[in-house]
Write a protein that binds this ligand. Sequence first.
Ligand code: ARG
Length: 464
Amino acid sequence: MPSSQSQTWSQRFESALHPAIARFNASISFDIELIEYDITGSQAHARMLAHTGIIASDEGEQLVQGLEQVRQEYRQGQFTPGVEAEDVHFAVERRLTELVGDVGKKLHTARSRNDQVGTDTRLYLRDQIQQIHAHLQAFQVALLTHAEQHVETLIPGYTHLQRAQPLSLAHHLLAYVEMTQRDGDRLRDLLPRVNISPLGCGALAGTTFPIDRHYSAELLGFDAVYANSLDGVSDRDFAIEFLSAASIIMVHLSRLSEEVILWASEEFGFVTLRDSCSTGSSIMPQKKNPDVPELVRGKTGRVFGHLQGMLVLMKGLPLAYNKDLQEDKEALFDAVRTVKGCLEATTILLEEGLEFRPIRLNAAVAEDFSNATDVADYLAAKGVPFREAYNLVGKVVKASLSANKLLKDLTLEEWQALHPAFDADIYEAIAPRTVVSARNSYGGTGFDQVRQQLDRVRSHLNNA
Ligand code: ARG
C-alpha cells in the first residue's frame, strides 16, 4: 500500500487502490498545468479562513507563506509530484504540510476538491482568454500590414470558387480582420461567465463554517460568486462556451489557411512562400510545401472535437460533481495550446513567410470575364433595364468565348452590333481597375471604401 494512499482517504478504506487503477484515476500528469492557479486559489482560501476567524491569523500567514514556497519549488524544478499524488490539489496540500507541519492540514477546512478544481480551471481560463486575445491582435496587425501595402493590388474575387468580380487585395485581407475582430469580442463576452467563483461551494452543499465567499472571490479578482452551490461545482458551461469560441477562431484560421494553400499553388501563383516558413519534400526536389497553413487546417479538427467532446461529457451528468468532469481539462488545455499555436504560427507566416505577387495578381484579373457585371451595369446606367442588359451580356460572353476573345478585345463595331448604347468609353468602364474602384458602396471593394475600412480598423487596433 503506497503510504500516500493512507493519508489521502479516510479510515473507512481498508485496502489500497490497485496500482493500475491508481494510474487510471490520477490526473496529475495533466492537471499539473493548474498548479500556480491552485496555489493562488489556496492562498485566497487561507486568507479567507483567517479573515473570518475560522483559523488563527498566524496560521493563515503560515499557510500563505508555505504555499508560496511550494510555488517557488515548483518553478525551480524541485517539486515534481508523480502519480502517487493523484492530482495537483493533493500534491500541493501534501507538499505544504511537509513544509509547514500540521497547520498545513487546516488548509482544506470548509473546502472540497470540487469547488477547488472549478476555481483553478476558471483562473486558468481567464488568463488564457487574455493571452489568446493578445494573439488575435498580433494576427490582425500582421494582416493589416499586408492590406496597407495592397489597396490597389487586384485579386480575382470568387463565388463557388469561380471567378466572380475583381477585388482589392486589401479588401480580401480585411475580411479576415473583421472575422477575428468578432472572435476577440466573443472571447471578451464570455469572460463574465468564466469569471465567477465556485470557491466555498464545498463538495456540493456549501459548508457549516462561517466562510466569506465574497472575500475570497474578491482576492482572486472574480466578478461574482456562484449563487447556487450545486451549480457552482458542476457548471462547465464556461468551458463549452470557450471551446465554441475557440472553434470559431479555428474556422477563420482554417479558411485563410485553405486560401494560402491555393494561392501558393502553381495554378494560382498569387503568393510566394519564403524558406523560413515552408518545407521541402524528401524525394521531389522542386517542391516547397505550405506546411504551416496545412497544419493549421488540420489542427482545426481537434478543437472542433474538443467542443463536441465537452458537450457529450456534460449531457448526461446528474448533479452535482461526477468524476467524469476530470475529463474537461485535457480538452481545454489542448484547445488553448492549439489555438495559441495556430495563431502564433499564422502570424509569423504573414509577417515573414509569405509574399504576395502583385504582377501575377493584377494580370490574373485582366484575363477573365469577371468584368461582365460591369458591362451590364454600363448598359443599365444608360437606361437599359438591368435584367435585359444582364441577358444581353450573357450573349456577349458566349460570343466572346466562341471567338476566343476577352471582353476587352471586342471591337467597337462588335459592341455596337450587340447594342447601340455601347460607346468608346466601354473599354475604360470594364478595365479591372475601374471596375474595382467603382464599387464604392459602403463596405465595398472600391479603393476609397477600402482606405476607409483600413482607417477604421487601424484606429480600432490602436485604441485596443
Ligand atoms: N482531479 C479531480 C478533477 O479533475 C479533482 C476533483 C476531484 N473530486 C472528487 N470528488 N473526486 O475533477
